[in-house]
Ligand binder design. Structure first.
Ligand code: GDP
Length: 472
């Protein structure tokens, strides 16, 4: 790599280092000081590159106030299980005046947008519950402008209601309380308002500043009022973005489609995403081949706050990843390969050299050994189910440690991580790509391919018993 950058022969560099008393091979990693010495030795100039030289830093690139135009609010729905989050999402989707107009088929892609009777647009995140919200936030993606806290009027404040309040407050996102199931005769909306006080949520009816509305996701009562309140809140927030620039977006959901390849639902933060745009997203790069809206229609351009499914990304990105449009394919590849290197370096830096040293070190330290594993699957749901199932196999003596899990084909970085940690790779309905296959052969990384979860867990349980068994 260094020789390439200097347009010198690798062998010459190795020779020069031998002369300096350093016995190295051509693909060995050398430290920065040695590299600098070598570069000077060959008569080249040193240019130290930092993150900001290679990677994209969009935070410095602020849009001028006169370029900003108002954009639709992005709304997330949270609340306790069975309080009606999914029903409300469905009911709100039903209020869309564009619905059915073009005969499109509703796509569940992680977010949808409705047009209200007044012609305003509102975007809803279609993953109810706070797990998705928190996961995105942990990855630095704050896409939600407004949270609707759904509380069932017959059930009142429950543990997940309180959790949702805490998450919303931590994110500093304004909340609208939707008191649901008001059609039920045991409904007691006033009781809900009173109990909310205990959690420092003071609704308007209690002289506070949090908007509240009584609704029924079942009968549709109060939905118009809820939408009005969302629009009012959005107006207060003066949500704006510059639509006339290269796009930046956030990944809401991503998966590998057998026919179409990697698919990512993104929400445009600023600028307008267009078909043909060259992009970097997380550690992946690509070009927008096509975009679909939430009604399955092809669109050519996506302005701020619009969710679209993007085709044409090289691999499956992660929820919360930032998408940035760049000027050239070369730049896209440069940034994505830099990010891949960084990600691998970070993961392998702490990984023990092999399975034996890892087990003995751990066993010595805490009398517990670990079974490390890398999981790749075709959809997020199965990856999560496998992770949960494997974690369940942990006991007092041996614990399953998931080094990495994700959606998509098994890649070189997965193999690098697994082999560095002496871990097997589990592929659920996915296979390694060509480069990964080479590395698997070279590193002799154990592979396990499954399409039935319990067969996979049975095999891992057997291996774990073997590790802890008398033969070790
Ligand atoms: P989630 O777990 O929060 O997504 O809740 P769901 O949307 O799945 O709703 C849980 C149950 O409550 C379902 O049986 C719904 O039919 C019912 N439900 C939701 N909203 C209402 C409502 O406004 N009125 C009545 N009577 N039932 C509702």
């Amino acid at each position: 790599e260094l020789a390439n950058r200097m347009a010198e022969k690798g062998a010459d560099l190795v020779k020069a280092m031998f002369k300096m008393g350093m016995m190295v091979t051509v693909n060995q990693t050398i430290d920065q000081d040695t590299a600098e010495l070598l570069v000077t030795e060959f008569g080249h100039n040193i240019q130290r590159v930092s993150d900001s030289d290679v990677d994209i830093d969009t935070s410095v690139d602020v849009d001028a106030p006169e370029t900003l135009k108002s954009r639709p609010p992005v709304v997330a729905i949270m609340g306790h299980v069975d309080h009606g989050k999914t029903s409300l999402l469905d009911a709100l989707r039903g209020t869309d005046v564009v619905k059915g107009e073009a005969g499109g088929i509703t796509q569940h892609m992680g977010a949808y947008q409705i047009k209200t009777k007044g012609g305003d647009l509102v975007t809803f995140l279609d993953t109810p519950g706070h797990a998705a919200f928190t996961q995105m936030r942990m990855r630095g993606a704050n896409v939600t402008d407004i949270v609707i806290l759904v509380v069932a009027a017959d059930d009142g404040i429950m543990p997940q209601t309180i959790e949702a309040i805490n998450h919303t407050k931590a994110a500093g996102v304004p909340m609208i309380v939707a008191i649901n199931k008001i059609d039920k005769h045991e409904a007691n909306a006033q009781r809900v308002r009173e109990r909310l006080l205990e959690h420092e949520v003071v609704v308007e009816a209690m002289s506070g500043d949090v908007q509240d509305v009584e609704i029924s996701a079942k009968t549709g009562v109060g939905l118009d009022e809820l939408i009005e309140k969302i629009l009012l809140q959005a107006e207060l927030m003066e949500l704006k973005a510059n639509p006339d620039r290269e796009a930046e977006a956030t990944v809401i959901e991503a998966k590998l489609d057998k026919g179409k390849g990697p698919l990512a639902t993104v929400l445009v933060n600023r600028g307008t995403l267009k078909v043909g745009d060259i992009l970097v997203v997380g550690t992946e790069s690509g070009r927008v081949r096509a975009m679909l809206d939430d009604k399955g229609r092809q669109v050519k351009a996506a302005p701020p706050s619009m969710p679209v499914e993007v085709l044409g990304i090289g691999g499956v990105p992660m929820a919360g990843d930032k998408l940035t449009v760049v000027e050239s394919e070369q730049r896209a590849r440069e940034v994505s390969s830099y990010r891949q290197e960084q990600a691998t370096a970070k993961r392998t830096a702490t990984a023990p050299a092999n399975i034996d040293t890892m087990f003995s070190a751990l066993a010595a330290k805490q009398n517990v050994i670990e079974y490390p594993v890398v999981i790749k699957g075709d959809v997020q749901g199965s990856v999560e189910a496998i992770s949960a199932a494997l974690n369940n196999l942990s006991n007092d003596e041996i614990k399953v440690r998931i080094l990495q899990s994700g959606v998509g084909a098994i890649t070189e970085t997965d193999v690098a991580l697994a082999s560095a940690s002496g871990a097997p790779i589990v592929g659920f309905n996915v296979r390694p790509n060509a480069k990964a296959r080479e590395l698997i052969a070279k590193t002799k990384t154990p592979m396990m391919y499954y399409d039935i979860i319990y067969e996979l867990t049975a095999e891992v349980a057997k291996q774990m018993a073997g590790i802890w068994g008398p033969e070790r």
